[in-house]
Design a protein around this ligand. Structure first.
Ligand SMILES: C[S@@+](CC[C@H](N)C(=O)[O-])C[C@H]1O[C@@H](n2cnc3c(N)ncnc32)[C@H](O)[C@@H]1O
Length: 436
């Protein structure tokens, strides 16, 4: 049976070779290897830690390894990164354990019989030279973000603040539980989770939201099974609160899977009215269904729909349309650390897709109704750029300011960006538009 380090190594190699997503691959691999809670947490930390620091680790390793890293077998390259990450960042792992486990994995994984010796030599040199290592001055290598993304953050925030964002991107995101207030209060849920051994803290500024620690697998918690909460970042929840859905409203969530915004809307509506939760992928509708059934939100119905395709029967019929469009995801690097390494070229077409969905679903809003546009990215061209282009064309919509709890000063413009380094949230953007 595989141990934590081998699971992490296989996930890193799969990400590099097959373009797999680390979080999805890890979840399956952890289940397949039947790792217990502690080992599952170690495998995740090792895999995410390497991805968060991959460029920096390569910078150090390339000074110690005679063979260029790109010429090594993928599993050996990742084994060196895994070993170096433990030696440089994980105080709780003794040096000898990090090295000896890497060497025995090299024997198991490598085609080249000399690989184990190479791994042993490089990691031992790293231990000897660790104290003298100088981090590189350039932000891209230092924080392991590609140069194009660093340039975009620096252009927007300046070097100092961009550096704070890059550091926050490499932090560990909190597990953020939204309370299903139709079933339980935040205080009662906190007491129940504490009794189940979970460390619980109220969110600093979002009501009915709890930070959880030490949950193990959520599915095993009684409070989860009973539908007392669901997982959603504070910023994503805030977007729905800004739209202020009311009991009895007709809501269409155009890009809904796995369903977080629909759940937030149905809870705010006290489970009265209707929420039509659409997605273009049939298999994702199952996620929405499983979620609303668990939470007991029976005003939600899942529907297969392409948000770009015009449906005459939907025109002018909804009080609120949520357009949480597909995006580059560069606001959730904390949760998907490998997203930064994906090819940026296909991302350039996203504003066109986003605009096509927004333009189309806007016509489903009744006069006087609300259109909420949202993304989990921090690129202006997918955020303010799409909204401005939309407003240039659609003269019967206007941005509308809103009031939400939290440390936000600029909500009267109707557009808000939440930032990991400023607000402790995912990077998230939303705009509230009113149809005149
Ligand atoms: C950002 S995610 C939505 C997250 C969701 N709103 C939530 O809060 O849990 C975007 C979703 O849009 C779906 N999608 C992509 N293109 C679409 C289209 N043309 N029409 C409808 N859904 C689409 C994707 O399958 C994905 O589930």
């Amino acid at each position: 049976m595989k141990q934590a380090r081998e699971v992490a190594l296989d996930a890193l190699t799969a990400c590099e070779r097959q373009g797999a997503w680390s979080d999805g691959y890890l979840k399956k691999a952890i289940g397949g290897a039947k790792l217990d809670g502690r080992d599952a947490a170690l495998a995740t930390r090792l895999c995410f830690g390497v991805l968060q620091n991959r460029m920096l680790l390569d910078f150090y390793l390339s000074k110690l390894c005679a063979t260029p890293l790109h010429k090594l077998e993928a599993s050996i390259r990742n084994l060196l990164r895994l070993g170096a990450y433990q030696l440089l960042y994980l105080n709780r792992v003794p040096d000898h354990a990090a090295v000896s486990e890497a060497v025995s994995l090299a024997r198991k994984k490598a085609k080249n019989p000399r690989a184990a010796g190479l791994v042993n030599g490089v990691l031992r040199s790293l231990i000897r030279q660790r104290e003298a290592l100088e981090p590189p001055a350039d932000l891209s290598t230092r924080y392991s973000h590609p140069q194009w993304l660093v340039d975009s953050f620096v252009a927007r925030l300046g070097r100092e603040e961009a550096e704070a964002l890059l550091a926050a991107d490499n932090g560990e995101p909190p597990t953020c539980a939204q309370v299903n207030t139709l079933k339980i209060s935040a205080e009662e849920l906190a007491a129940m989770l504490t009794a189940e051994g979970v460390a619980v803290e109220p969110h600093p500024w979002l009501p009915d939201c709890l930070f959880l620690n030490g949950t193990g697998s959520l599915e095993h918690l009684e409070a989860f099974q009973k539908g007392y909460f669901y997982i959603q970042d504070a910023a994503a929840h805030l977007a729905v609160l800004a739209a202020a859905p009311q009991p009895g409203w007709r809501v269409l969530d155009a890009c809904a899977a796995p369903g977080g915004k629909s759940f937030a809307a149905a809870i705010a509506m006290e489970n009265r009215g209707s929420v039509t939760s659409c997605d273009i992928h049939p298999h994702k509708l199952r996620l929405i269904e499983a979620g609303y059934q668990r939470l007991g939100l029976d005003i939600i119905h899942a529907n297969l729909l392409d948000g770009k395709e015009r449906k005459a029967e939907l025109l002018n019929s909804f009080d609120l349309i949520i357009a949480d469009v597909p995006c580059s995801g560069l606001g959730i690097i904390r949760k998907k650390p490998d997203i930064r390494y994906k090819d940026p070229e296909p991302l350039e077409n996203l504003p066109r897709v986003q605009a096509a969905i927004l333009d189309n679903v806007a016509d489903y809003v009744r006069p006087g109704g609300v259109l909420l546009y949202a993304t989990c990215t921090l690129l202006e061209r997918e955020n303010e750029g799409v909204v401005r282009a939309f407003l240039d064309k659609q003269r019967d919509f206007t941005l509308e300011g809103f009031q939400v709890s939290g440390p936000f000063l600029d909500t009267d413009t109707g557009m808000l960006t939440c930032w990991p380094h400023r607000h402790g949230t995912d990077g998230f953007f939303f705009a509230k538009l009113r149809r005149i």
